[in-house]
Design a binder for this molecule. Sequence first.
Ligand SMILES: Cc1cc2nc3c(=O)[nH]c(=O)nc-3n(C[C@H](O)[C@H](O)[C@H](O)COP(=O)(O)OP(=O)(O)OC[C@H]3O[C@@H](n4cnc5c(N)ncnc54)[C@H](O)[C@@H]3O)c2cc1C
Length: 830
Amino acid sequence: MKTQVKALVVGGGAVGTSIAYHLAKAGWDDVMLLERDELTSGSTWHAAGLLPLFNMSFATTHIHKYSVDFYKSLEAETGLNAGFAVVGNLRMAQTQERMDEFMLYASTAETCDVPYVWMTPDEIKAKWPLIRTEDLKGALYHNTDGYINPADVTQAMAKGARQRGVEIVRKWQADAFHWNGDAWEVTCTKMVEKGGNLVPSDEQIVITAEHVVTASGNHAQTTAKKLGIKIPAIPVEHQFIVMDQDPALVQFRSEGNVEHPVIRDADAQSYVREERGGWILGVYEKNAPACFEYGVPDSFRADLFPLDLERIEEQYMAMIHRIPSCEESGLKDDFNGPICYTPDGNPLVGPALGLRNMWLAEGFSFGITAAGGTGYYLAQMMVDGEAEIDMASLDPKRYGNWMTTEFAARKNEECYDHVYILHHPDEERPACRPLRKSPAYDRQATRGAQFGFVNGWERPNYYAPAGFNDHDSRSFRRGGWWQYAVEEAKAIREGVGLIDATAFTKHRITGAGATAFLDWFTTNKLPRVGRINLTYALTAHGTTRTEYTIVRNGENDYYLVSAGAWTAYDQDYLFKAIEDKEAEFGRINAQDVTTQWGVFAIAGPKSRDVLAAVIKDADPATALSNKRFPWLSAQKIELGMCPVNAIRVAYTGELGWELHHPIEMQNYLFDLLEKAGEPHGMKLVGARAQNWLRQEKSYRAFGNELGRDATPLEADLPRFVDLSKDFHGKDTMLEKGIRSKCVTLLIDGPDDADPWGREALYHGDTRVGRLTSGGYSVAFGKSIGMGYVKPELAVVGTQLQVKMLDQLWPAVIVEDSPYDPQNAAIRADG
Ligand SMILES: Cc1cc2nc3c(=O)[nH]c(=O)nc-3n(C[C@H](O)[C@H](O)[C@H](O)COP(=O)(O)OP(=O)(O)OC[C@H]3O[C@@H](n4cnc5c(N)ncnc54)[C@H](O)[C@@H]3O)c2cc1C
C-alpha cells in the first residue's frame, strides 16, 4: 500500500470509483482509492440503477449525458458487462401543466444535445398496452437511457481504474486530515470486523496526498467534522419494492415485445420498471425522514431500514391505477435505504471552502446516473484547472457557514418530497424559512412582499395585495405574480422604486498591498478614490469567476460588492488569492462585511427628489446633482440620522443610488424613505421586476450570462477589461478567442408566456445557441432575453427563433442596452 500519492479518493461507491478512474484517464498515474468497507457497500449497492437523462439543470444534464454515453462504452474497455438495459424512459403527464414543465425541460435537453420525442396517449397505448392512458395528456420519451446494475458498473469502473494504474485499497478508513502546506497527510485506520460491525483497529498509517477527494456518501457528516467544514449532505430514507411476476407482463414479453421503458408517473410520485416478469415500484413519498444527521453508526453497513408500506400506500395505489394488471402481484422484495440529499437536490462537487486541494463529491441523490459525468468533469477541474462546463451550480460553497445540521436535514427532506412536484421556474420552497432576514423583512412582509430564497436570505421577489397566494400563482407561463412585477418595473421606469439588495456579498479590502493585488486580480482599471468600477476576477482559464462592483474609498481601501447568492464561493477564491499573493504585493486585509451592511437601491426618474427630501447637507438642492454626485461615484451622505455610503449606480438602468447603510439602522432608513417617497408614489420593488429591467439594459447577471464557461470578452464586455495591464487569466482569456458571444434579443413570443433563460436559439432550422436569461420588457411590451450565439450571428438585426412551449418564436438581436442606449436616464441631472 502506497503512502505517498498524487491524489487520494476517499470512498468506493459509484462516485468515488468514477473519480479515480477519470483522474487516471486524465493522466494522473498516481491515484489511490480508499474504501472503509467493500466497494459499493454504501448507497450504491441498493440503488435501483435508473439512469434518467431528464434534469432541469444545464450542468447536471451534461453530467448525466456523459454518464449514459460512458457506461455504454465501459464493457468494450473492461470486458465487464454492467447490465445497461437501454430501455428508454417514458415520462407521463396527467395535466397540461406537467406538459408545460416537460416543454421547458425539453429546452434544457436540446441545449445539451439530449434527444427526446413526444408521445400521445394513443401512441403509448399502441406500444405498451398494459399502461392505462385515458387520463394522460401525453409523455416525453427518451429512448437512449434506461437502467444499469449499480454494483456492476462500479466494479467495471474499478477495473478500468486499476487497468490505468489506480490502487484500490479496501477496509481502510480516512480518519484525520492535516494540510502541511504542500500536501494532505491523511491518517488512515485499518477497519476490522467485530460482531458483524465494522470497527477501527489500532493499526494506522499516514498517506501523503497532494490532492484529496471525498466521496463518502452517507458518511458526509463525519467527513465534514473531520475536515472542520460544513457539508449539507444528509441522507433521507428512500424505498422501492419489487413485485412478483405479473402474468400479463409475462404474456406481453412472450409475444416478442421489447421491455417496457422506465415508466415515470410524476403526478403520482413514482417510477416503475420491469424486473424478471414483475415490476419494481420506486416512490418519492411524503414524510420520508432524514437519517444519519450525526454520522452513520458502526452497525450500519450494507444494510437497509425496515420497509414502511404505509408511507407509500398512495403511490402503490396509483401504480395499480396506471398498470392495472399488477394488482394481483404480491410483494417479493423491498428496499428502504439511505439516499443522500442536499437542500437543492444538486450534489456538492468542487473545492471545499477554505481548504487547499481538497475536493468534495458529496450529496448524490442520483449518484449512479451522475457518477460517470462527475468523475469526468471533476477530473478536468483537478487536472486542467477548469471543467469544460460551468460547475458553479454544483459548487459546495453555494451554502455558506450559516448552514446548520438542522437546516440541511429539514431542507433535504423537503427536497426529497419535491422530486416529482411541478418544478416551476418561479418555485419557492417553504422549509426552514424565514431564516436569514434583513431587519426590514417584517415591514416588507406587511406591505405584501412575496419572498425568494437567496443563499438563505429572504429577498422580496415582488409585492402583492393581501390574500394573494404565491404558491398558487406559479406557472411555466406568466404566473399570477406577473402583473405585479409589470407594475413595479413601470414604477422604476416612470417614477421611483425601492429595492432591497441587502443580500449582496460585500468585502472590504485594505492594506498596503490592496491596490496592487486588486489590480492583478481584476480585469478593469481600478477606480480613482471616490469612484466605482465594474470589473471581473477571472479563472486561470480566463473565464469569469466573479463580477465585482469595486468602490474605492481610499488609496488602499476598497469595498467589493458581488452577487448575493455566492458569498462563500466568491470569498473562497478571493481569500485564497490574497493568501497566495500577499508576499508579493504586501499586507492585504480582507473582511467579509456582508451582514454588517444593508442595501436599498432607489431608482427611477424621481429617485433624486425622494433622497433630496431627507438628505442632510448644507445645500440639499445640489447635493445629488451631477456636479456634486456624478454617475459612477460613491459618497458618504447622511439621510436623516442614518449614515449612508451611497453609490450612484442602478442595476435597473435608471437614475438611482445604492444606499449601503449600517444594518442596525435599516428600519429607521426604511421608514424615512418610505415617508419621503409617498408624495412621489414610490413603490416597493422586488427582484423579478429588477431582473427584467436589467435585461432591457443588457446588464449581464452572474450565474446567467457570467460564469466559468465564458470570458468577459465573450460576454461582450470589453469596456470592463483593460488590456493595457496584466491581470490574472489575461493570456488564457485572449487565447480562448471568441467562441460564442452574448447578445440581447427582443422576442415575439406567445401571449401568455415569457422565456425563463433556458431556451434554445435557432437560426432557420439550425440550433445556434441558448438563452441564459429571459423575461418581459415593459419598455418594449414584449418578451426579452439574453443568451449566447456563435460570433458570426451576434450581429444587430439578425433574425433568430426562440424555442418556447415546443414552438419557434421570432426573435431579433438588438443593440446592447436596447432601452436608453445613451444612458441618458442614468445620467439625468437635477
Ligand atoms: C433505494 C434507493 C434507490 C436508488 N436508486 C437510484 C437510481 O435508480 N439511480 C440513481 O442514479 N441513484 C439511485 N439511488 C441513489 C444512489 O444509490 C446514490 O446516489 C449513490 O449510490 C451514491 O454513490 P456515492 O459513491 O456517492 O456514495 P456511496 O455509494 O454511499 O459510497 C460512499 C462510500 O464511501 C465510503 N466511505 C465513507 N467514509 C469513508 C472514509 N472516511 N474512508 C474510506 N471510505 C469511506 C463508504 O463506505 C461508501 O462505500 C438510490 C438510492 C436508494 C437508497
